[in-house]
Design a protein around this ligand. Structure first.
Ligand code: NAD
Length: 390
């Protein structure tokens, strides 16, 4: 992760986080550990927990703990343990939060309000978390500034799209060892994550069906050459289903009824609410673990449906998450936004902010430089032409 490494080298000298405790709730795998080490190199004390029960890699958590971070995470935490870990992290009295799903800030705003006066701000990693921060802001409850890191181009164009696109398919392939070519892959949603999944499924030779609720995105999917239809129709034709909407109830009982024998169900949206796993359990006659991360459900008429990774983020639970090349950009944004919050301490209102454009540009510039890619620059005459009305 050369971009983060170059930021780390600067942080080591400048110590922007000296005396500051950073609370992190993130998928605790290799790339996140590099972000933690980068902040620590800048003088921060780190307290971290995982943001999903199946995305923590125990060896990475152990290595990060050994490097001096306060780590409260292991793969397979229960909901109760997850909550206890959030509170343990907040017990370090952080001034900065790096959230993935809004969980730390929701806990601060509900049950740990005594932390609010010292809080400098928060950075949020994913679409679902940004929804929650904006909902807090809309209700007039947000008490400190938050930066929607997810919504900047150097995040969603690369991490959400290409990172999740590749790793979600990888999760399905590692879990099932299925051939994708010739299969019908039904993708729930056509946002940044879902379009990456659709693109990679198409590239592997699948017929891709997209379901949407938003007309412009549905139109984009049609123009990309995908079949667009309601999930009720998609349920009949799909061999593999991958949801990525950030919404709940995308695949439910009425869809399980329609599915073909052997259909595979996976989710790549943040929470495990897109595939109605509880309904699936209730409808099935029996279930068994067919392979690691694959649960086979035998339905009443003998059909078998296969649920991957308990309906949790398949790319992190059944594979290693996004490749380092894209997380290098996302986490550069995170590191630079955390530094921005500290530099502007006390000057930002309690609102949700976009990533400052200069940070987006700095991240992309560093990424190109560290990959030895040079680009053209505008001449003075071109600049004048572009800025002129004449
Ligand atoms: N797996 C990962 O590593 C990873 C990475 C990034 C984001 N995420 C998560 O993936 C989810 C999607 O993120 P995004 O950035 O693509 O969001 P987005 O807002 O760009 O796209 C979501 C799309 O889903 C559509 N949608 C909403 N409800 C729907 C419904 N009921 N049926 C069909 N379509 C529906 C919306 O119209 C929208 O086009 C979020 O939960 C996000 O947090 C996961």
């Amino acid at each position: 992760m050369p971009v983060l490494r170059s930021i780390q080298a600067r942080f080591e000298k400048e110590q922007p986080f000296r005396g500051i405790t950073v609370a992190m709730c993130m998928h605790l795998e290799m790339k996140t550990a590099v972000l933690g080490k980068t902040l620590k190199a800048g003088g921060a004390t780190i307290a971290i927990t995982g943001s999903n029960p199946l995305s923590t890699q125990d060896d990475v958590a152990a290595a990060l703990a050994e490097s001096g971070a306060n780590v409260y995470a292991w793969r397979g935490v229960t909901a109760q343990e997850h909550h206890e870990n959030l509170l343990r992290v907040l017990g370090h009295k952080p001034q900065l939060i790096i959230d993935d799903g809004g969980e730390l800030s929701v806990a601060v705003h509900t049950e740990q309000k005594q932390l609010i006066p010292d809080m400098i701000g928060a950075c949020e990693e994913t679409t679902t978390g940004v929804h929650r921060y904006r909902a807090l802001e809309k209700d007039g409850l947000l008490k400190y500034p938050a930066i929607a890191v997810n919504d900047t181009r150097t995040k969603y164009l690369f991490d959400s799209q290409y990172g999740t696109g590749q790793s979600a398919l990888e999760g399905v392939m590692r879990a099932t060892n299925m051939l994708i070519a010739g299969k019908t892959v039904v993708v729930g949603g056509f946002g940044w994550v879902a379009r990456g999944i659709a693109l990679r499924a198409k590239g592997l030779g699948a017929r891709v069906v997209v379901t949407e609720v938003e007309p412009v995105r549905a139109t984009e999917a049609v123009m990309e050459g995908y079949s667009v239809m309601p999930m009720k129709e998609g349920a009949k034709v799909g061999d593999i289903f991958i949801t990525a909407t950030g919404c709940k109830g995308i695949i439910t009982a009425e869809h399980f009824e329609e599915m073909k024998d052997g259909a595979v169900l996976a989710n790549s949206g943040h929470f495990d609410v897109e595939v109605d796993v509880r309904a699936l359990r209730e409808m099935a006659e029996s279930s068994r673990t067919a392979r690691p991360n694959v649960e086979e459900f035998t339905m009443k008429n003998g059909r078998k449906l296969y649920l991957l990774a308990e309906g949790r983020l398949v790319n992190l639970a059944a594979a290693d998450g996004h490749p380092a090349e894209v997380m290098d950009m996302t986490f550069a944004d995170q590191a630079l936004c955390a530094e921005y919050l500290v530099k502007n301490k006390g000057q930002l209102a309690p609102k949700v902010y976009g990533v400052p454009p200069e940070i987006d540009k700095a991240t992309a510039t560093l990424w190109l430089e560290t990959h030895n890619i040079t680009i053209d620059s505008l001449s003075r005459e071109q600049l004048r032409y572009l800025n002129s009305w004449e």
